[in-house]
Design a protein. Structure first.
Length: 279
């Protein structure tokens, strides 16, 4: 491929810088982490059964073993810089026993430029420039860890229990559709469609992640989902769809017995609450 620079740094680190036009990569995987900065062009990405787009200034973050593919449309210019880093190397550079990216897309142009500059220095012929590139790369990885929603070793992996339950369910039932509630962050579950339900009255709260706010992932994650659904909204907001959850019956989960909503006296309603929305 014309316009491609590639180099191995030390025993395990690899970097690449590419300037292409209308190029696409077939589906493949790497044994290492692949961290790329998209510098020019709109990349169509296929990753583990789901698709999204990476625009100029975006970072793509792929864990070892993930199936990936994609590229830009015919004739479209595309520039990117990529870092290939073994799992043990990334963890040790951050003084961790292990690490894993929670989400594959990060919209952070400043970090993208920082990665590109580090890789450019590592590809230079000057030894001192390469040494400075290694220093900048370590600084970049530390900032990436703080910004990317990285899964640290002390946290329980929420994906494996969900995967195990789904595998057991598929073994027992013939299913055409699996709807996973609260599954956005389970990246080990391949998915065809991502829908995010938002309370129209509360929105995203203060916009911060736990424990400082109500979010489990940064708000930027919403830019990569398929649709935003606003419960309780009277009309479609910008970039989303309005709808309203409306209960129709009371169901005994043990017996399956159904009763009308008027079954309980009005004075008893104070003892019930809507799940995840006590108001």
């Amino acid at each position: 491929m014309a316009g491609l620079q590639h180099a191995r740094i030390g025993a395990s680190l690899e970097v690449a810088s590419a300037s292409l036009a209308g190029h696409r990569f077939e589906k493949h995987s790497h044994d290492e982490f692949v961290i790329s900065a998209n510098l020019c062009g709109l990349e169509d990405v296929w990753l583990d059964g789901r698709t999204f787009q990476a625009d100029s200034g975006d970072l793509t973050l792929y864990n070892p073993g993930q199936i990936q593919g994609g590229g830009v449309r015919d004739g479209q210019p595309w520039r990117f810089a990529s870092l290939y880093l073994p799992a043990a190397e990334l963890a040790s550079s951050l003084d961790l026993s292990s690490v894993e990216f929670d989400r594959p897309l990060l919209r952070n142009p400043a970090l993208g430029r920082e990665l590109a500059a580090s890789i450019e220095a590592l590809l230079a012929s000057d030894r001192f420039a390469r040494e400075r590139g290694e220093e900048r790369l370590l600084e970049f990885l530390g900032r990436l860890l703080a910004a990317s929603g990285t899964r640290l070793p002390q946290r329980a992996d929420p994906g494996r229990p969900a995967v195990a339950r789904l595998q057991a369910l598929l073994a027992e039932e013939q299913l055409d559709l699996v709807l996973c509630d609260d599954g956005l962050q389970h990246y080990r579950l391949a998915r065809d469609l991502e829908l995010v339900l938002i309370d129209a009255a509360r929105g995203l709260g203060n916009g911060r992640c736990l424990p400082a706010g109500p979010l489990r992932e940064p708000a930027e994650r919403l830019e990569s989902v398929d649709a935003l659904l606003y419960n309780g909204a009277d009309e479609d907001p910008d970039g989303g769809y309005a709808f309203r959850l409306q209960p129709t019956a009371l169901i005994n989960l043990q017996s399956g017995e159904r009763r009308p909503l008027e079954h309980f006296p009005a004075r008893s309603e104070e003892h019930t609450s809507e799940l995840q929305s006590p108001s």
